[in-house]
Design a binder for this molecule. Structure first.
Ligand code: ADP
Ligand code: MG
Ligand code: ZN
Length: 651
């Protein structure tokens, strides 16, 4: 692998222009973006001022740009040091130096380096996939100051035999060190990687460069670990909003899972999605079944051979597969930006996990959907599993309870999620969740229904599970019910007009709402909590709902961007452009989204640019991409218009 031979869009280090201008210029010229996302500018300033920083932004928040753009801009006059063995007499005069990016996975490095090169930025990675010659090329490009960003894994940087690499870097002058996916350093994060711990030692060898950590994990504990382990010095901590307004959240109680899935998939024809399943067995079964239904689906889990797994991952990234059915083993390496839906067929063990996994939808900012299909039994199963592994601590229980509360929640999902992560949710109705879209049918006399259920739980002496309590409420004189004399209780048949599915749903909502507790071995039984007892006494209220399926017209959040499933000519043109993109991607051996994002294709459809000049205003079209791909896309647009005109005159 060699570094890009095209002229790099570096700023001229001697120009004396204010770094802010240079950053903005890079944003427009190199990436074709019109403005910074929240906190990007602040994060970039920290780098240019050589101030250590921790940047916490949600998935899709644009963390990579925070270190990529400053790598092209020389440090300001006051701020900034180049690292060097002996920075005597202007040794680094006129040099920009390389930014060192620590990244945990080869696929992530490749993705970013591919993307940067298509944008005309010279970037490279060092990892085990390179030949000796390729590695020498990369090192030469760093030495000659031709490489702006160098990606390495922590093993490569700190492991055995890495001493020479670090010395080379010291001699060539490192601009700054960015640690991506920095939560990997913390045991409390969800992807703990022991090798990340070694990174703290870099401080001694590079005492004058600044360190910048990036993560999407918002918890305080993880953040503290990052600061301590990387030995950050009075870091600037930037924490962004965790709301993802383009995602529509829905929760369904698991009924006929296949039917529920088909309904979700019908809203996403030919679109990319991830279906997370709790076990490998379920992954295999669902992937096979989806294949039989005519979907391009591949399975992904840790039990598959390495080559099969990477083949499936690549098929998904290259858009040869639309759906990945996966266990949570599938995730961190996935930067495909146009994932339009993420379905969980079971509840994850915490809201952190849910947020992380569902957050892989809609990184491009276009509307996307996250559906949690769950049942109360999921939580019982989690508790049993954690218990078996000796992991059922108070904190694990608490996390599960919070997850359960979200699932059974009777309020805006966006609000529930961001408040869980410690933010205030000021917006009223979000317009992008089942609650706010009124897809949940409220039970008019919720509190009364709830009291009847709680009363029944009390009468069966808090010793029975959901099925039995449901039988009693429905007035079913089963053998067990009769044997216990529960057919003589005042609550026998007290809700006989409800369906058993609806009753189960209410009970699960009461569990999720903290009015009932469901645990015990070997059969979980229902018990009243303190708030359940209060509600039963006649104080307070509670809300219950029935589920209704979203109708096709309310399936999407109304975003600023065009509806990707809009039919007609626009859809045809979009597909044409998508084919062009695919061809270009194949020619270059990169995933299609590296060429252009869906957002860019949508803008091309909307604006129908005719000239290269028009093209420069389109989202995501930087100078390099305009030069490389502009004509091809303009030609496709022209041909489409002509065909369309021909069709109208013939009519
Ligand atoms: P993160 O690492 O925070 O999950 P990424 O760095 O992968 O997010 O960025 C997500 C997407 O947002 C990418 O497709 C990126 O090109 C895009 N993006 C980043 N910054 C901007 C911006 N200022 N304007 C428009 N798009 C942006
Ligand atoms: Mg990232
Ligand atoms: Zn809402």
């Amino acid at each position: 692998m060699t570094t890009s031979s095209t002229p790099t869009p570096d700023a001229d280090p001697g120009s004396g222009v204010h770094p802010d201008r240079l950053l903005e210029d890079a944003l427009h010229r190199v990436w074709g973006f019109s403005s910074f996302r929240p906190l990007q500018r602040e994060a970039m300033h920290a780098i240019l001022e050589s101030r250590d920083s921790v940047v916490v932004l949600p998935t899709g928040g644009g963390k990579s740009l925070c270190f990529q753009a400053p790598a092209l801009v020389p440090n300001g006059p006051q701020g900034g040091h180049y690292e060097g063995k002996a920075p005597r007499g202007g040794q680094f005069e006129g040099r920009i130096g390389v930014a060192l990016i620590v990244s945990p996975l080869i696929s992530l490095m490749k993705d970013q380096v591919d993307g940067l090169r298509v944008d005309g930025v010279s970037a490279a990675y060092l990892n085990s996939t390179l030949t000796g010659e390729q590695r020498d090329d990369v090192i030469a490009s760093v030495r000659d100051d031709r490489c702006r960003l160098l990606y390495v894994s922590p093993e490569r940087l700190m492991g055995d035999g890495s001493h020479g690499l670090r010395r080379m870097l010291q001699e060539s002058g490192v601009r700054f060190i960015a640690v991506d996916e920095a939560h990997c350093i913390s045991q409390w994060g969800h992807d703990f990687r022991p090798e990340y711990r070694q990174l703290g030692r870099l401080r001694e060898e590079f005492p004058r460069v600044s360190f910048h950590a990036f993560t999407a994990t918002a918890t305080e504990r993880v953040r503290r670990d990052i600061v301590a382990e990387l030995r950050l010095n009075d870091p600037l901590v930037l924490v962004g909003s965790f709301d993802r307004p383009n995602l529509t959240y829905r929760v369904l109680r698991r009924g006929n899972l296949q039917r529920q899935l088909l309904q979700i998939l019908a809203r996403h024809e030919n679109e990319a999605g991830i279906v997370y399943c709790p076990s490998r067995r379920e992954v295999e079964a669902l992937a096979t079944w989806l294949g039989a239904q005519g979907h391009r689906a591949v399975p992904y889990h840790a039990g598959l051979a390495d080559d099969v797994r990477s083949r499936h991952q690549e098929a998904f990234l290259d858009e040869r597969a639309d759906i990945v059915v996966a266990t949570v083993a599938f995730g961190m390496g996935i930067d495909r930006s146009n994932v339009r839906f993420v379905v969980h067929t079971g509840a994850p063990r915490s809201l952190e996990h849910y947020q992380q996994e569902s957050g892989r939808a809609g990184r491009d900012g276009l509307p996307a959907e996250c559906v949690l299909v769950y049942s109360g039994a999921d939580f019982v199963r989690w508790r049993q599993m954690l218990e078996t592994n000796g992991e059922l601590t108070d904190s694990a229980r608490g996390l599960l309870r919070d997850m359960e509360r979200y699932a059974a929640g009777t309020r805006c999902r966006h609000g529930a999620l961001v408040e869980y992560f410690g933010e205030l949710y000021a917006r009223g109705a979000c317009g992008a969740c089942d609650w706010c879209l009124k897809e949940l049918d409220l039970v008019g006399d919720s509190t009364i229904v709830a009291r009847k259920i709680l009363s029944c739980v009390a009468r069966v002496r808090q010793g029975w599970g959901i099925a039995h309590v449901t039988d009693v409420l429905l007035g079913r004189a089963t053998e067990k019910v009769v044997a216990c004399g529960h057919d003589r209780l005042s609550t026998f048949g007290i809700l006989k007009d409800e369906s058993s599915a609806a009753l189960r749903g209410y009970i699960e909502q009461l569990v999720g709402g903290g009015f009932l507790l469901r645990d015990g071995e070997p059969y979980p039984v229902l018990r009243l909590t303190a708030s359940g007892a209060v509600l039963l006494r006649g104080e307070g209220t509670c809300v219950l709902y029935r589920e209704v399926q979203p109708t096709p017209t309310k399936k999407r959040a109304r975003g600023r961007l065009p509806d990707p499933v809009a039919g007609g000519a626009d859809r045809d043109l979009f597909d044409v452009l998508r084919d062009v993109r695919l061809r270009l991607a194949r020619e270059r051996g990169v995933p299609p989204y590296v060429i252009f994002h869906d957002t860019t294709l949508h803008e091309l459809v909307q604006r129908r640019p005719r000239t290269l000049d028009d093209l420069h205003d389109v989202y995501g079209v930087g100078a390099k991409k305009a030069a490389d791909f502009g004509e091809v896309f303009l030609e496709a647009l022209r041909a489409f218009s002509e065909r369309q005109a021909g069709r109208t005159t013939n009519d």
